[in-house]
Ligand binder design. Structure first.
Ligand code: FAD
Ligand code: GLY
Length: 367
């Protein structure tokens, strides 16, 4: 251990990469450790890339506010990443139609629109005919909430761009699995498959694997993997979808490369099992056929698996470990880590640089 870094960031998903990049931009001496390959492993590249601040958050409160703030950072982040790396994250022009398939859903979504509009956000109720006019591929629905600001990005490109940006500004070690972190006096010793490293502070951006790192007192709100199976279709040329479409059973995300990403299962308790299963795909195919029947004859391209970092309260865990401020959590983003990456990068880097206290992310402190 010949040197002490300012910060070691563990985990090179979107969360670890954006924090490392932001710290590196500010001149901090940062080491980013990744057990696999930066920009390739983890949940980040598996995600559908929806920026679903308004359709994923079901009630007003801190989680909604942070989602809206983070979504608003995306256009500038897209430009900045393009300038820094030459990679486009393919931010879509169109927003999301949140479909209703029962009277109960109509009532719930209209109520949601009312509180979101009262908070200053854009949401408009569309009749069944209007939904059909905007997206002829869709089967009859009871109507939909039009959310023009819930756009989407290409999650694998966000992951790769942030990884490339982090590489420019920090020292990166791939193929380096962290086994334990020990707080010793004024530093943290990090024991890995490639030896030991030391830093003044350590960030745990280890996604679904956060609970596997030894040496730290356990937190109550532990992180566990929530498996998601998801697939991509190549539609026939006559079949165009322009909005992201979100229903309670399935979502469809049109991408700039012409594919439609369709997701996703949400499997609690499946551990890190990487199997793509007929059961999960059959359920998604059935839901897809009900929502957009013509897509049942599209060309199936590929299916894959990702592990969402879930926590008991389904909220992110951001900020110092309850027993030591030398170890900082940046994990538990569950279904919304792509959406929440920009604000997480800002908050955690500013906290580590001594430019902000925990006030900003107080509702999400690890317990
Ligand atoms: P990860 O991307 O998993 O990164 C963690 C990294 O840490 C990994 O690279 C891992 O290898 C590394 N690591 C772990 N342990 C160690 C260790 N001990 N040593 C070294 N390295 C380690 N979010 C959205 O906002 N919009 C969506 O549309 C969306 N769709 C999704 C669809 C699916 C099917 C899934 C599975 C997730 C989806 N998500 C979505 C959620 C999003 O993908 C996650 O919340 C986000 O990617 C989490 O990012 P992360 O950097 O915390 O974790
Ligand atoms: N946010 C979509 C998913 O997690 O599947």
């Amino acid at each position: 251990m010949e040197k002490t870094y300012d910060v070691i960031v563990i985990g090179g998903g979107v969360i670890g990469s954006i924090i490392a990049w932001r710290l590196g931009q500010a001149g901090a001496d940062v080491l980013l450790l990744e057990k696999g390959a930066l920009g390739e492993d983890g949940a980040s590249g598996a995600a559908a890339g929806m920026l679903g601040a308004q359709f994923e958050m079901e009630e007003p409160g801190p989680a909604y506010d942070v989602a809206i703030k983070s979504r608003a950072l995306y256009p500038a982040l897209a430009d900045e990443l393009f300038e820094e790396t030459g990679i486009s994250i393919q931010l879509s022009q169109r927003g999301t139609l949140r479909l209703a398939h029962s009277e109960k859903e109509v009532a719930q979504l209209k109520k949601r629109a009312a509180w979101q509009i009262a908070l200053g956000d854009r949401a408009e109720w569309l009749s069944s005919d209007e939904v059909k006019r905007r997206e002829p591929l869709l089967a009859n629905a009871y109507g939909a909430l039009d959310l023009p600001d819930d756009r989407n990005v290409a999650a694998p490109m966000v992951h790769q761009a942030l990884a490339a940006a982090a590489r420019k500004r920090t020292e990166v070690r791939e193929g380096t699995a962290v086994y334990r972190c020990d707080v010793v006096d004024q530093a943290v010793t990090v024991t890995t498959s490639a030896g030991r490293f030391q830093a003044k502070r350590v960030v745990l951006a280890t996604g679904a694997w956060t609970g596997q790192i030894a040496g730290l007192p356990r937190v109550k709100n532990e992180i566990a993997p929530v498996k998601g199976q998801i697939f991509a279709l190549r539609p026939r040329s006559a079949h165009r979808l322009t909005h992201t479409v979100f229903a309670s059973t399935v979502y469809l995300v049109p991408k700039q490369d012409g594919r439609i990403v369709v997701g996703a299962s949400e499997e609690h308790g499946a551990g890190f099992n990487r199997d793509v299963t007929p059961e999960a795909l059959a359920s998604l195919f059935g839901a897809l056929k009900a929502v957009a029947p013509d897509l049942a004859t599209a060309s199936f391209e590929s299916a894959w698996v990702g592990f969402r970092p879930g926590s008991a309260d389904a909220k992110p865990q951001l900020g110092p470990h309850p027993e030591t401020d030398r170890v900082i959590y940046a994990t538990g983003h569950f279904r919304n880590g792509i959406l929440l990456a920009p604000i997480t990068g800002r908050w955690i880097s500013e906290y580590l640089l001594g430019r902000a206290d925990v006030t900003a992310f107080a509702p999400f402190l690890p317990r």
